[in-house]
Design a protein around this ligand. Sequence first.
Ligand SMILES: [Zn+2]
Ligand SMILES: [Zn+2]
Length: 174
Amino acid sequence: MNQEYIDGLLALATAQARAVKIPVSQEIIPSVRLNRRARTRFGCCIRRDGKYIIELSAQLAEQGSEDAILQVLVHEVLHTCCGCSNHGARWKGYAQRMNDAYGYHIRRTDNYSELGIEDNRPVRYYVVCGKCGRSIPRMKRSPLVDHPERYRCACGGVLRVEEAGKEQPYIGKK
Ligand SMILES: [Zn+2]
Ligand SMILES: [Zn+2]
């Protein structure tokens, strides 16, 4: 993966948006900033001194397909439009226009499987049985993690969820 390749995709994302009359900012810094630490998001649009910095997860840059990278870049580029710093109606309308025009699946949030990259985050939760003490590691949220009260351990015990460590922020779909 090289910077020139990613920057080329940013130029393409911007050109595609302009081709369908989406008024993306003229002040986007043409070099994508790769973020090696972010695990909570795949891209970010930062406004600074009237310019826009587009940030991309280094893992996505390295492992993602061209389509997946482009999709995240387009998502962020749309945030440079006037009135689009959030995921409000205007941003959503532009995202829909890009989806219709180019077959993207841009939405408010992306996840690892949709982007086709490996979820290598460490264990986040333990589902623990209050009766037998069995502890089930879980890397991400699931119906079991969200609603342990709906389930029972094989021994019949009541389950609860414990967070593995507070130093890693939770990564959610929504
Ligand atoms: Zn966004
Ligand atoms: Zn049990």
